[in-house]
Each structure stands twice: as C-alpha cells, then as structure tokens.
Design a protein around this ligand. Structure first.
Ligand code: GDP
Length: 479
C-alpha cells in the first residue's frame, strides 16, 4: 500500500456510524467492512432515525424474506391468482425487476428500497443475468434476491407500458372503485415511456389503494426519489430520515451496494496500482450520447477547458519554457472512464509531452475501454461497477451530463461533481461545465401534475429542496 491508503491507520469506523449492521461473515463480502479503508470519511452522518428504520427493516426482511412462512403464504396467494382480501398483518412485497444499464439499475434499486422503507414492504430483487455477481447481500440472514421459483418471473420480460396487469392500465378500466376485490399483484410501470395513468403512482390517494395489494412488481429506469418528496404522504417521514436532504442516495447507496469479492478485487488492485500513491485523485467520467462512438474533438476540448478552467488540473507549457519542478510539486492521479480510449490518450499525451505550469506531475489512467455497452460479457458490468466505485474514491469529480453512471459515482463518493454539459451541435459548450448544486442524482422523467388540483404544474417550483437538474432542464433533483 502506498501513502494514499494511509487511511488504513486512521481510526476505522467500519460500520459507518451504525449505517451498516454488524454480524456479517466478513470473508464472504470483503468490501462491506474494508470500504472504509478506501472511501474518504463521509462528512455526512446517517440520522439516528434512518439507522433505526434500517434496523427495523432488517427485522422485517428476516421475518418475511424468501422461504419464510409469510413469504410462502404470500406466494401461494399469488399462485392461486384472482383477487385477495388483504389482512394488514401479512407481509407485503415489492419486486424490483432487473432492467436497463448498470448505473440506472443502482439508482432504481435505491429508489425502490426507499419506497419499501416508506411503505413497510419487503424488497425482493430480480437477479437478472448478473446482479448476484455484482452485489453482496445487504440484509443480514435472509437474501434480498427473489427465489428462482417465483411464480411470475417469466412474465417480467413482457411487462411494459401496454401490459393489462399494469396499474396505469387498470386505472383506465376503472376497476379501482372496489377495494374489496383486489388483484394479488400489480405491475408498476415507471420507465421513461410511462403515461399519465402510470404517473398517478405519485399521488397520495392512489397510494392508499396500492397499499392493499400484497405484491407490487416494478420496472423502472428512473431515480424517482425527488417526486416522493413532493407527496404529503411521505414528505414528513423523508425529512426525518434525511435531515440533510441531499444525502439520500449517499446513505442508501453505501448501505445497499457492496461489491462482491470478484469486483472488490478489480477495485482494490486498480486502486493500489494506480491511485493510492497520488497526493490527489481526480475522476473524469466521459459518456457521450452522440450517434457515433467518438472520440470527438469537441469533447476533448471540453474536458481540457473544464478541468483547467476550474483549476482541477494545471495548464501545460506548450511554448517549451521548462518550468523547474518545484520542491512541493504534487502527484495528481487522473482516473478516466469511458467506453473509448481517445479522451484518455489525449489527456495522457498532453501531460507527457509538456510540463505543467505548476510543476505538478499528472498521471492519467483508464481501466477499460469496452467500446460499446455489451451486457452479455460476464466481466463487462463488473468492470462498469468497479469503475463507478473507483470514480467515487476521487477527491474531485467531473461527470457527463445525463449519465446515471456518473450519478452513482458522485452519490457514493459524497461529491458535488463538475458536470460536462451536453453539446447540442457537436461544439464545445460554453461554459464547458458547471458545479452540481447537490450530490443527488437527477430524476430524468418526472411527472408534472398536481394531484389535488388535478392539473399540470411545474413540479420543479413547488418546494425549495426539489429543483430542476443542472444537466436536464425538465428533470428533478433534491438539493
Ligand atoms: P448511462 O447510460 O450513462 O445512464 O449509464 P448506465 O450505467 O445505466 O448504462 C451505460 C452502460 O454502458 C454501463 O452500465 C456500462 O455497461 C457501459 N458503460 C458506459 N460507460 C462506461 C465506462 O466508462 N466504463 C465501462 N466499463 N462501461 C461503461
């Protein structure tokens, strides 16, 4: 270990001030208790109320989780189909369906877990192809994974905006009125293409009905937490749980997402080899949403303009007047992530070919360049997860607009990143980047509806702590 992991000798609080439960088998998930050696100590403390809520949730999960008697009874009810008359003492569930890219999945899983906490439901996770290879179990004793023999797993793929089982479509048929006879499950479609009926999920009155359904199955690619904040049903509880409002994903992310030992190997080997010895670590996440893969010159220019303009990295002396390295020159490690290698090559060569004006030495590193999103490859998402995590260990972070990959890194790291604006016409935006207002992720497709007044409103203007995002003008984020 180099100096950067001198954190090893700092007094360690491996349970993050009580955020994590004690008593797990340490070897089965090394990252759970070792992450404290790599992550900077968070300036944000989980509230005692959040901690007690999590301990209570863990009890609920243990009592109702997979293969318990209440679970088996609830599955039996689902298997037999038809309607249910629901007794409130039974366990209720919300199933997160594996959907979309890994950054999206991490954000939605945190959102669904928060919804489970707010509604006393048990979260069960559809493992998809690779979830179990990426994440350790977060709850003691009982798994968070949906058992493989769950009766309707084979329907998950076909669930979509048009599904008759969806809540939105059920509302259209006005079955709503009778609360005596409810289906044993409802599909909640909260993906980007959801419609006005699906969006009624965010209305207090509709929650009363959902509350009675034992199984909710949700597919989403959105971090929908900001809209929960706008519901009077949840607002008070959320403020108690998160007195520092912008820490929702930060705390829930550190609680839920522990890399498996294989991913932890990718993270720690990389960190020790390339990042640990540096005096300062700068993360730069480059994600473009242009039609071609790039690299694009306008993005290269944008990266330099942002990092130098914001003094995250020094300028170089291209005129050849060599600056003698000063006594206290620093070693700065730049960690770049991108699907392509062109941006990394550009930054690396710039700092190799020219001296910096400050005398600082800049090492530039990029763990992978996978060229395109290819979820079939077993190591692909492991690398993506390792890279999000490595970015979160930065002292300063630069992210790309619109990207959930970057949101995960900033949230886990407790960092307010500089966001590289999305270019409209393949030219470098001016200014090239902007410091984020908060470290919370952006909800890309929020509803614009006032449930009480039954009319459209600007939901970014209702309360001061839910605003439009820096990178998506119609998105919402908690600040
Ligand atoms: P978003 O599309 O930027 O919001 O992020 P997602 O994580 O949801 O989806 C993008 C997917 O593309 C990731 O899950 C990765 O599979 C892949 N990807 C994008 N950028 C990178 C990168 O910098 N490194 C790696 N390893 N994979 C990436």
């Amino acid at each position: 270990f180099g100096s950067g992991v001198d954190q090893i000798s700092k007094p360690t609080d491996k349970l993050f001030g009580g955020l994590l439960a004690a008593g797990f088998d340490e070897d089965s998930c090394l990252s759970r208790y070792q992450s404290v050696l790599y992550q900077k100590t968070s300036p944000f403390k989980a509230s005692p109320y959040l901690i007690s809520k999590l301990r209570n949730y863990e009890q609920l999960h243990k009592r109702c989780g997979p293969n318990t008697q209440p679970y088996n009874a609830a599955v039996e009810q689902l298997r037999s189909g038809g309607s249910v008359s629901f007794s409130s003492t039974d366990c209720k569930y919300i199933v997160w369906v594996c959907y979309s890219g890994l950054g999206n999945r991490i954000l939605t899983l945190a959102s669904v877990f928060l919804y489970a906490l707010l509604t006393d439901r048990v979260l069960l996770v559809d493992r998809g192809k690779d979830m179990a290879n990426l994440f350790c179990e977060p709850f003691p004793e009982k798994s968070w994974f949906l058992p493989l023999n769950f009766p309707i797993t084979n329907k998950f793929n076909s669930f979509g905006q048009k599904s008759p089982e969806s809540y939105g479509n059920m509302l259209k048929k006005i079955i709503k009125a009778s609360t005596e006879s409810l289906p044993s499950y409802l599909y909640l479609h909260l993906a980007h293409d959801y419609d006005d009926h699906d969006k009624l999920f965010f209305c207090d009155e509709e929650q009363a009905l959902l509350n009675k359904v034992p199984w909710l199955i949700m597919k989403t690619d959105n971090y929908f937490v900001p809209s929960l904040f706008l519901m009077s049903l949840f607002e008070h509880e959320l403020i108690m749980l998160f007195p520092e409002k912008e820490t929702i994903f930060h705390h829930l992310g550190r609680y839920l997402f522990h890399p498996t030992n294989q991913v932890w190997g990718l993270i720690t080997r990389y960190y020790k080899a390339y990042l640990a010895k540096a005096d300062e670590r700068i993360g730069i996440q480059v994600r473009t949403f242009d039609s071609g893969p790039g690299p694009y010159q306008y993005v290269k220019d944008q990266i330099s303009a942002c990092t130098q303009g914001e003094k995250l990295l020094p300028a170089v002396d291209t005129k050849g007047t060599i600056v003698p390295p000063s006594e206290n020159s620093k070693l700065k490690a730049v960690l770049m992530t991108s699907l392509v290698s062109g941006y990394f090559e550009n930054v690396k060569n710039m700092y190799w070919e020219h001296p910096t004006v400050t005398g600082d030495i800049i090492g530039v590193h990029q763990p992978s360049h996978e060229e395109k999103q290819q979820t079939e490859k077993p190591l692909h998402n492991m690398k993506a997860w390792a890279e999000m995590y490595l970015l979160s260990l930065s002292d300063e972070l630069v992210t790309s607009a619109w990207s959930t990959f970057g949101y995960v890194a900033q949230g886990l790291g407790g960092l307010k990143p500089w966001i590289l604006y999305k270019s409209e016409n393949q030219t470098t935006p001016n200014p090239p980047c902007q410091r984020a207002m908060s470290m919370e992720p952006c909800f890309h497709a929020p509803p614009f509806y006032d449930c009480k007044a039954k009319k459209g409103i600007d939901t970014g203007k209702v309360v001061p702590h839910v605003r439009h995002c820096e990178d998506i003008s119609w998105g919402l984020k908690v600040v």
